[in-house]
Design a binder for this molecule. Sequence first.
Ligand SMILES: [Fe+2]
Length: 421
Amino acid sequence: MASLNTFVRQLRPDREERRESIPLPDEQRHASWLSAFRTVRNETERRAAPLSPEDQIIQSMPDASPAKWHRAHTTWFFEQFLLRPHRPGYKTFDPCFAYLFNSYYVAAGPRHERPKRGLITRPDAHEVAAYRAHMDAAIEEAIDGADAASLDSLVPILEIGLNHEQQHQELMLTDILHAFSQNPTAPAYDPDWHLPATSHGGPDSAPLEGEIYAIGYDGGGFSFDNESPRHEVLLQDSRIGRHLVTNGEWLEFMAQGGYAEPSLWLSDGWATAQAEGWTAPGYWRLVDGAWLTMTLAGLRPVDPAAAVCHVSYYEADAYARFIGKHLPTEAEWEVATRQGLLDDAFGIVWQWTRSAYSAYPGYRAAPGALGEYNGKFMVNQLVLRGSSLATPDGHSRHSYRNFFYPYHRWQFTGLRLVEYP
Ligand SMILES: [Fe+2]
């Protein structure tokens, strides 16, 4: 297997990357979509390759899923939403798999309980590999045999299926990292992995002029429905942090008693920090007086110059209060990055914003099961912007809206700050 660093370099755009829709002559469209399909499917297998069958079955907490489940679920997605509706003669690989590998699509039928995904020892990893191979052949046949009109009807589902699988590629790494962090031997996913370097130097912040701006999906390339409709927002004058908050800065927060001072914390955040015994970011361990952190390369010393990672929204908010600044809104983040004001906007850590994950003005989820993809989660979560070291190549854009609950910290999550005059 090529080192993870090989594809981490590919994953880390210096600027926004966008996977354009493919406006090609008809004779090239089939080849382009076949290539895109194979690239994404192969990337999933590449990420799974370092994992043993035992690694692939583990579910270390209800929010995380086994790698084998990710491989099967992304395959079921194509079977359920592309082949069954669009290929009338398609023969289901195994009728049980819809129950085992449907995640949350109520309209697609009953499903296995999420917290019990780690109990699915059968089908085993070899059977899941056979399922993936069966699906790959069926999809490739569907693309190959489609006339222009049929391809037009396949492409929207194919494209969302590929973007869906890329989201699970990131989860495969965050979930196995959580599992390995529970192992006393702290296994390495890839011993050669290292954190991408962050930028340094230059001004600490950049001015963001108070004005009306448009945010959201601006056409060209794929987007998820939650990035639309594009709409206007009014921003206040502010100065937004060019750099991500670093481990060194976080160590100062800890040294100054940041985790012990309730006045810095939201009530829910303080309750969570107390209940969970938080005294440092996720995966940090104090060993012989030195802070180590669990990484994809196993336990490594905390690098003061690196971006802080595995912090929850609650911690990010407390840190902002400690510094006397704020987390940016998602609109501030998007406008600032479209203006080129932010360093390391993409490819290192997702950045918490203080924006609630809710519908943009006029948003309606699509009818049917695929309408459940994003819309039904638009409550009680916070928006994160940018992308992380685990985000696949071509899956980052200015308008992308990630979202997690404020107590979550097993994703690659960090922060930058904003201040107002
Ligand atoms: Fe999914």
